[in-house]
Design a protein. Structure first.
Lengths: 220, 220
DNA sequence: ATTTAATTTTAGACAAATCTAAAATTTAAA
DNA sequence: TTTAAATTTTAGATTTGTCTAAAATTAAAT
């Protein structure tokens, strides 16, 4: 099956919101896609029609297995192209998103597989996000945000999702960077701030906002 | 400016027909694009509107400078991607066209330039067609097959690609050899055979198969 | 438990690209 | 040169994806 770029964009955005927020709303999806809620509703009906989505009016929606499968293939392509742009064409990690948004809609299955091989079957993209394999499985250990990490479990920083100068500056000050090994010592429910322990340093506190944007991966 | 994939397809097809056949007709364009003459007319009006085409109803049409510039950029992208697919992803030269048809619409100017550099600034694509530079100029001296030579343009035979005894025998009989100066007088769409004129000789006809294997270069 | 507010959906419209069938125009032929 | 044939264009419809404004539904607040 082949779907329009717009349908693919919707599936991908639903997938992301679904795994980040757990639940997806019409408004959130419209916001993510820079479109209007009414347009989203229109598209939801079409996706349901094509059996990619479970949807009942006013009751919410979520991807079914087929929808997830399609979304994962788009994500796979997006991340492989990002990897290509950064590692082969020498782009910075912060300038490749837009281009990958276009390239992810190139349809040839065979092209994706050859590209994957050409790149040496990378497991994560330049931002540290895992690249699904051709069956949509994450071969790589999966990434979660610091906010989601269980207490007292050692993990390694593998990515930063929102890369603003201000945040990077803050992280640098707290000695947190790619590859840093750390664990969460306490969670304060009042403001969802966390106390973090990095080996050989005294504990530091970070806000919920920062925690959400620091991605880590479990030790095997 | 950014144009739709369909507009780009039309511009490119017009460019090719224009340089191969000298003149382009609505029907020929519809045929080349696998669409209907009525649809072509619709698009011609839009392209004229956007000042990419000189067009007057029933009187014919041709690209203006801006239109040619856009077409050449699409062709540039197409051929660079073909080169990439063959040289880097190990595809055969005969399986890359479809993929390049999609890739040629990726818009980032910067991506094209980086890709060009990554590939080592190739001068021709895997089929031997020249790759226009970023200003739309053909940097490479061009060798093309007799089948690609525009009508009534004098050229000199510069090579024979498939050298079988049978073909050389045939060419000798028609008085065609290295260095022969000739021009194409007519093209018969029915079987793609050509009528060739060599100075001081009466016209001769050669088949499409032969034409494809005789390489010529333009007089400067 | 009503009322108010927020969310979501519908109804109806629009732009882009395409189509079919019919009309206009040009070209070729008798 | 008048008729016939081929080409090209128009008129009107269709599909896809989008929009605005208004209505329907659900959630929140007093």
């Amino acid at each position: 099956m082949k779907y329009s770029a717009s349908k693919e964009d919707h599936l991908k955005a639903i997938f992301h919101l679904q795994s980040e927020q757990g639940v997806v709303t019409t408004n959130a999806l419209a916001e993510a896609l820079q479109t209007r809620p009414a347009s989203v509703t229109d598209m939801l009906k079409k996706l349901k029609e094509q059996k990619l989505l479970l949807y009942e009016r006013y009751k919410g929606f979520r991807l079914n297995n087929e929808g997830k499968k399609v979304a994962l293939q788009i994500i796979r392509k997006h991340r492989l192209w990002e990897y290509f742009l950064v590692k082969k064409l020498q782009f910075g990690w912060d300038e490749v998103h837009e281009m990958a948004e276009e390239l992810e809609h190139i349809s040839s299955k065979k092209l994706v597989e050859r590209l994957d091989a050409f790149l040496g079957f990378p497991e994560t993209d330049p931002h540290g996000d895992p690249i699904p394999d051709s069956q949509g499985r994450f071969t790589s250990p999966r990434q979660l945000s610091l906010a989601q990490l269980p207490l007292n479990k050692v993990a390694e920083v593998s990515g930063i999702s929102r890369q603003t100068t201000e945040m990077l500056e803050l992280l640098q000050h707290k000695k947190i960077g790619l590859g840093t090994k750390l664990e969460v010592r306490r969670k304060f429910p009042f403001d969802n701030s966390l106390e973090i322990k990095i080996r050989n340093y005294p504990p530091v506190t970070i806000s919920s906002l920062v925690a959400k944007n620091v991605l880590v991966k479990d030790e095997e």
